[in-house]
Design a protein around this ligand. Structure first.
Ligand code: HEM
Length: 433
């Protein structure tokens, strides 16, 4: 068996951290060309990147006693405590068994009416010519939907502002510390450290207040089973911050629809046929099939979770190679989704690759992991897709959102588009093919 190639260009103390920070997506794609497993250094620590879907699935579905989540998740614990998004081992399994049923297929229809209502209300609230910050608007909407599910009520404007203001600082602080020189970042008083600490304290206080106020909502009563107040706050914070990925996908899909008038025209046509002049309804979801493919392709093209680790807790073998306990192994849905071996012409945004015969004939389904896999696979995936399909149809019936500038991918803890203002154009006036 040939040895694992080490990616060239490591600096003495920083390893590949500087290159990863400077241009992470280009770096990840370049290293993939060197092999299905490659070795990098994060600071002084070695880490491995798994560039084949078979290896990634083996990593994610390995017995839980072989891997925990890895450094970046530990950094999230200041805010998320022992919540579902960061917990490990037996404790994680116990919490997952309690929280997951809220989002399982049979319970999803309970959440659809609020999703349809909020998507419609948002699209109705816009006026022709209005301009707004797309990321912020989509974040507010995703937070409104998840808070309706959890608390039975939307968040106050004050809470929305608090999350918008502090969550980026939290995510950035987690990414810097998880992938970078943690001791240095925490040891020196800098504006970044102040921002990170303020984010943790303020957000935690807000989630505590929300849980205290809504302790009796049906959702909190269900996921609160077997949990004390602190654990419930941890899980609620996990779910609300998890919904941020939905906001990123929503922003991306409107950028991609703007860039692809042919796709946009088909989305509108489908909205006209399925929804017509009325508002979107939950029973439209299964009939909005092309819109569903557009979202599947959006998540292939720009998967919000673009790079996540696992850490071996015992010596493990993967792909015929042995790794000692403590090894960090990374998977990147972005890298897998753009591998031409599995997704022909990967840089082309093409929802048609998910339709009919083309979808069935291709090997690409196994190389598609926007929601991860295994015991930590996203419990909110189907929930998010339903919310997004309703949103795209509700907006597509009335409007085109025209960005002022071309967004670029911003890979932080999640892969979001750079902030861009959009103008609301009535459908008829929007640019066509
Ligand atoms: C398009 C939207 C979404 C995407 C792309 C996404 C993606 C992911 C991925 C890839 C993971 C696995 C992380 C890992 O391997 O460590 C994950 C886990 C998780 N997601 Fe999502 N997610 C989305 C929406 C949501 C929503 C709406 C919620 C809340 C309802 C949510 C809550 C969570 C939680 C709590 C976990 C941790 C699960 C566990 O470890 O047991 N996600 N998500």
């Amino acid at each position: 068996m040939s040895p694992i190639p080490t990616v060239p260009g490591a600096l003495p103390l920083l390893g590949h951290t500087a290159r990863l920070a400077a241009g992470p997506l280009a770096f990840l794609e370049a290293q993939r060309r060197q092999g299905d497993i490659t070795r990098i250094r994060l600071g002084r620590r070695p880490a491995y990147l798994l560039n084949h879907p078979g290896l990634v699935r083996a990593l994610l579905t390995a017995p839980t006693r072989q891997f925990d989540r890895g450094d970046i998740f530990r950094e999230g614990r200041g805010l998320l405590g022992e919540g579902l998004a960061v917990a490990d081992g037996e404790h994680h399994l116990t919490r997952r068994r309690t929280v997951q049923p809220l989002f399982q297929k049979s319970r999803l229809p309970d959440h659809f009416p609020a999703m349809a209502e909020h998507a419609t209300a948002r699209a109705r609230s816009w006026r022709a010519g209005q301009r707004f910050a797309l990321n912020a608007e989509m974040t507010d909407l995703a937070l409104t939907v998840i808070s309706h599910t959890l608390f039975g009520a939307p968040l106050s404007d004050h809470d929305l502002r608090t999350i918008r203001r502090h969550l980026p600082g939290f995510f950035q602080g987690v990414a810097y510390r998880g992938y970078g020189p943690r001791a240095l970042l925490d040891g020196v008083p800098t504006p970044e450290r102040a921002r990170y600490r303020a984010a943790v304290t303020t957000l935690r206080a807000m989630f505590e207040k929300l849980v205290a106020a809504h302790r009796d909502s049906p959702a909190l009563a269900a996921i609160g089973e077997g949990a004390d107040e602190a654990q419930l706050v941890d899980d609620v914070a996990s779910l609300v911050t998890g919904a941020h990925t939905t906001a990123s996908t929503a922003a991306w899909v409107f950028h991609l629809l703007d860039r692809h008038p042919d796709v946009r025209a088909r989305v509108r046509e489908e909205a006209d046929t399925v929804v017509g002049d009325r508002d979107v309804r939950p029973d439209d979801i299964p009939r909005l099939t092309y819109t569903g493919h557009v979202l599947t392709e959006t998540l292939r093209y720009y998967p919000p979770v673009w790079l996540f680790p696992r850490r071996a807790t015992v010596p493990v073998t993967l792909g015929g190679h042995e790794f000692p306990a403590g090894t960090q192994l990374f998977y990147s849905p972005y890298v897998i989704h753009r591998d031409p071996r599995f997704h022909p012409r990967p840089t082309v945004f093409d929802p048609g690759r998910w339709t009919g015969a083309r979808a069935g004939a291709s090997p690409h389904r196994t190389a598609y992991l926007p929601f991860g896999a295994g015991v930590h696979g996203c419990p909110g995936g189907d929930y998010a897709l339903a919310e997004l399909v309703l949103l795209v149809a509700a907006v597509g019936r009335r409007w085109h959102l025209r960005p002022d500038a071309r967004a670029v991918p911003r890979p932080r803890t999640i892969l979001a588009p750079s902030p861009v203002t959009v103008t609301v154009e009535p459908r008829a006036a929007a640019r066509t093919v």
